[in-house]
Design a protein around this ligand. Structure first.
Ligand SMILES: [Fe+2]
Length: 360
């Protein structure tokens, strides 16, 4: 599928040194340019998943097989691993736990997810969903679309207390903050776009009461728990297309044999040990996980993302498309302008040359 990268290409990412001469990041350089995927997106939705056989989508892919097709295995290091595309832009990043305190919170969050996963009121159907099966995916936060007149908070019925327990935990808040901070550090224009949109939304709709996490600019979160979480091949086309979503791995599993994040368009297999986070363009890049495979392995994940429909609503001046038209405004013109503006957002993706400056 991909031409096997030469050894030189594999190591083309150089250690970036800080002012004191210590390594701070180890970039992963790929020839692929994400701009070709950005062309498939509208202003508010990502590319559509290409049709593929059911079995291909849900297959338990093996690292060795992918490597023989030319995929590059990216090891988890004790420093950040920004992914730099052929245009020289940072299109994603894998980050290790930043401190011992954070590691302790990853452990706490794992225990909490195990506890919550064991007490959810769910049926058999809840263990099978578009992105995977054999585990439960709780998506919570502020949503809009599918006929709603305005954004609303998710209602979890009998599981409301369990979801609140996750959102109110100090450990989960720490993980959420770190994901949000990753965006601020590596994709600051996107961070600002998300932050401004969420601030506008919360000011307009005080009835939404609060965001998922006070120190995060993401309106929605997914907790994948209650089993061994690994996703099938998918693209999150309802996420804001030019922005990142962040995924943190949790659990007790061998990260050498499973839990990797496969980025299909980029030809990358990212090691993602428990406590590590990956930020990716989830609405543009087809992705999935290598399932864990060792006896007793257990893996959860915590994800934050920004729905495209929330951005549309804010761009409309906190109106639905219908409400926008009713005010006599020209929706199509606005949407074309928005796409251009957000598409330019892709061009905001940080230039890799700035790494050394920002990491000082
Ligand atoms: Fe995803």
């Amino acid at each position: 599928m991909f031409s096997a990268p030469s050894r030189a290409a594999q190591y083309s990412g150089q250690w970036v040194l800080n002012a004191q001469g210590y390594p701070t990041v180890l970039p992963v350089s790929i020839p692929f340019c994400v701009s070709s995927l950005a062309e498939m997106a509208t202003a508010y939705s990502g590319r559509k998943m290409p049709p593929m056989p059911y079995d291909e989508k849900r297959k338990r892919y093996k690292i060795k097989d992918l490597q023989s097709e030319g995929f590059l295995l990216v090891s988890a290091e004790s420093v950040d691993r920004p992914i730099v595309d052929g245009d020289g832009r940072i299109i994603g990043v894998v980050r290790p736990p930043p401190s011992q305190e954070y590691r302790a919170d990853v452990d706490e969050a794992k225990k909490l997810m195990a506890e919550v996963g064991g007490k959810l009121v769910v049926g058999d159907d809840d263990y099978s969903h578009p992105r995977g099966s054999g585990y439960i995916s709780i998506n919570t936060g502020i949503s809009h679309g599918q006929g709603t007149q305005k954004p609303a908070r998710s209602n979890h019925g009998a599981n409301s207390a369990a979801v609140a327990q996750l959102l109110e935990s100090k450990s989960m808040q720490h993980l959420a903050r770190y994901q949000s901070d990753s965006l601020r550090l590596y994709y600051p224009k996107c961070y600002q776009l998300y932050k401004d949109a969420l601030d506008i939304l919360m000011a307009k709709h005080p009835e939404l009461a609060s965001r998922n996490f006070a120190d995060s600019i993401f309106p929605k979160s997914a907790f994948n728990l209650g089993g061994n979480a690994w996703s099938h091949k998918h693209v999150d086309s309802k996420n804001f297309p030019f922005g990142w979503c962040c995924i943190t791995s949790l659990g007790d599993f061998s990260h050498v044999t499973g839990g990797h994040l496969i980025l299909w368009d980029l030809g990358l297999i990212l090691e993602l040990p428990a406590g590590y986070s990956a930020s990716i363009l989830s609405a543009l890049i087809i992705h999935s996980n290598i399932p864990t495979s060792e006896e007793g392995d257990i893996r959860y994940s915590f994800v934050q993302y920004f729905p495209g429909e929330i951005m549309r609503y804010v761009d409309n001046g906190c109106l639905t498309d219908r409400g926008f038209r009713k005010k006599g405004k020209k929706l199509q013109e606005r949407q074309v302008a928005a796409r251009q503006r957000h598409r330019r957002g892709y061009d905001y993706l940080a230039d890799a040359d700035t790494l050394i400056i920002r990491k000082k």
